[in-house]
Design a protein around this ligand. Sequence first.
Ligand code: UTP
Length: 295
Amino acid sequence: MKVRKAIIPAAGLGTRFMPVTKAMPKEMLPIVDKPTIQFIVEEAKKSGIEDILIVTGKNKRSIEDHFDSNPELEQNLQEKGKTGLLKMSQEITHLGINIYYTRQPYPAGLGDAIARGRSFIGDEPFVVMLGDDLMMDKVPLTKQLIDRYSETNASTIAVMPVPHKEVYKYGIIEPDSEIAPGLINVKSFVEKPEVDKAPSDYAIIGRYLLTPEIFPILAEQKPDKGGEIQLTDAIDTMNKTQRVLAHVFKGTRHDVGNKESYLETSIEYGLKHPETKDALRKYIIDLGKKLEEQN
Ligand code: UTP
């Protein structure tokens, strides 16, 4: 069956970005001039996704506004002859992909957010795309997962090796055998293991292709110690009755969910952005010299 639908959960509190996230969604934080959620929607579009459900929560209205039209702004740009900016604004509204919204009333975990998409997804395979991870590769990671699914018909989770000391931050897989290059049969999925108990260094990154059988499992899933329903736990349960595979991502992942990595990502994009690259490059070189002198 064709994979046409995606869920983007965006109802988290974004506490790692306090205070900016007190009243503003972290999904609207810009990488230079584009909100992170727009990168995710563009990846979905490039991967052939037709319908997206964004799961939002309180203080998230600006996400809906961003993908909506803004007649006042457009009229102003039109009158001033700023046709480039006008086109840019209109393109965001007419991305050629349908966006729907639902709300998660309490931030009860990623699993609970995905469970909100049950009737939207119905009986189809679908992808989950997390806004914290920006993925760069020739073929978008979401498309890579869809291609795997078309060969195997199995749920497939994107993974990547991470430094061993960081495994406690991720869902980690216990690999079984490699059934094709970069495609792994998985024994179990463990959410945020202690460093000395992690079954591997392969971390789940923010793209999942799931079959709809995940929904009845999520509905029965008990919250963890922190009161959150974890998607990783539901995937581990599903893996006991139908195989769930892991696809190793070989491209570049930018984690924009924490401050340090967010700043690094912004600099890297700024060094590619036509309006900022030259000045930023010069600034970084000069700053590097100054910092050297201070040492
Ligand atoms: P994170 O744990 O990375 O995001 O969840 P968070 O909770 O917003 O951030 P911190 O840890 O407090 O800084 C991964 C993704 O799942 C969504 C988040 O919006 C994020 O995109 N999520 C998480 C929900 O939609 N609902 C939840 O209850 C939890």
